[in-house]
Ligand binder design. Sequence first.
Ligand SMILES: Cc1cc2nc3c(=O)[nH]c(=O)nc-3n(C[C@H](O)[C@H](O)[C@H](O)COP(=O)(O)OP(=O)(O)OC[C@H]3O[C@@H](n4cnc5c(N)ncnc54)[C@H](O)[C@@H]3O)c2cc1C
Length: 460
Amino acid sequence: MTDPRLSELARQLPALKLSTDPGDLEHHGRDWTRRWAPAPLAIAWPSSIEDVQGVVRWANAHGVGIVPSGGRTGLSGGAVAAHGELVVSLDRMNRVLAFDPIDRILTVQPGIALEAVQNAAQEQGLLYPVSFAARGSCQIGGNIATNAGGIRVIRYGNTRQWVAGLKVVTGTGELLDLNRGLIKNASGYDLRHLVIGSEGTLGIVVEATLTLTSPPPASQVMLLAVPAMDALMKVFAEARHRLRLEAFEFFTDRALHHVLAHGAQRPFDDTHPFYVVTEFDAADEQAEADALAFFGLCMDEGWVADGAIAANEAQAAALWRLREGITESLAPHKPYKNDVSVRISAVPAFMAEMEALLAEGYPHFDVVWFGHIGDGNLHINVLKPTDLDNATFVAQCEHVTALLVDTLARHGGSISAEHGIGLVKKPWLGSVRSDAEIALMRGIKAVWDPRGIMNPGKLL
Ligand SMILES: Cc1cc2nc3c(=O)[nH]c(=O)nc-3n(C[C@H](O)[C@H](O)[C@H](O)COP(=O)(O)OP(=O)(O)OC[C@H]3O[C@@H](n4cnc5c(N)ncnc54)[C@H](O)[C@@H]3O)c2cc1C
């Protein structure tokens, strides 16, 4: 280590793994956004809470910014280190620490992958229900820091709902043990909920206690081809009325086009403007009959033009791949992502306005829609034409985002449903939060992190 500050850190914390290798700096200095050139000071891999505290105290002493880093699957630039920060990767703190069968809680280190949490729950005959396509590489610490949502929010809610306790190292290096797995704890401000969704700006999550639940009964997966946008909400209303839904996801023909180009199987001979993948309980014959009745009604009403129901797990996985493969299939096109939400009741009017706005704003761009229609969250991805440089492309997209923000405001929506503000949506925070709210957020940050070392420049 040629930097004397790093030599001191290495001396103070001999168990800490540190690297200034250019490959590590490049790899750990960015997330999925790929918009900013990584330029961290170094990467640190603590293996204990004490080392995390030591790193934070060292950073305070030297005024070095810290970027907490999980699986770096984030889509808002939250884990980007572009200004000489120390990246604190939680990769080595990745174990299950305890399971309590009476409380049905699982205690884990922050660097454990979401999928490993799901598997650990399954080994106990239980379910950790938050799920989405990045489950193999995103980490529970990152999920908590972004309050991740995913494909089953309609049934189970966001990550926040499943966090029963948190250990957090604040921006001063203090260790907080928040809520300790209690179901009831009416003892003042619930600081746990401040940390959830705080994008690494208040402290580092170093341990999480997660609530598990009973697995759902057997389910069925159905793919529906929908001829028009206004039919989508009718199909959703009917599905919610007749079936016990676990997921209700939609995507457009353009989204399907990209997933197919990425190796997925074409589901229907004809193409259709919209598709829905839905999963619902199908424990008995009555539930299966309800599903068929739902499908028959949608066909009779003309809301659905075609459909397929998975007959086994492999077919279910193939149908899910059409939806879950979208983000990965778009990545090579450097998409400009909008991750917006409105109340479910506002979705039809919002989508109609958005469709017109995007057709006018992006006449020459490939615009791909998909999302979690059952919870009002729409993902609008604008793909970069190959002949356009990144800066011009982003500038053009931000021009349209300004219009999008106005439309969202009229519908009472949010510019970030589940990806977080990070760097990508920072210019638009004021469209969702009032000046008074932002002032309070800054005040809270100043108390937790007086020297402003925690993920500087993100969110606020
Ligand atoms: C294919 C794909 C599909 C996706 N689908 C969804 C989806 O359906 N729903 C959804 O919500 N998201 C989705 N995402 C986005 C992303 O996976 C989530 O935001 C995820 O929660 C990020 O976790 P991570 O470990 O990768 O965090 P990172 O990207 O490493 O970090 C995200 C933020 O959390 C902070 N952070 C990380 N670890 C800690 C910690 N221990 N303590 C404090 N702060 C920390 C970082 O500083 C950063 O601000 C998807 C991403 C991909 C690539």
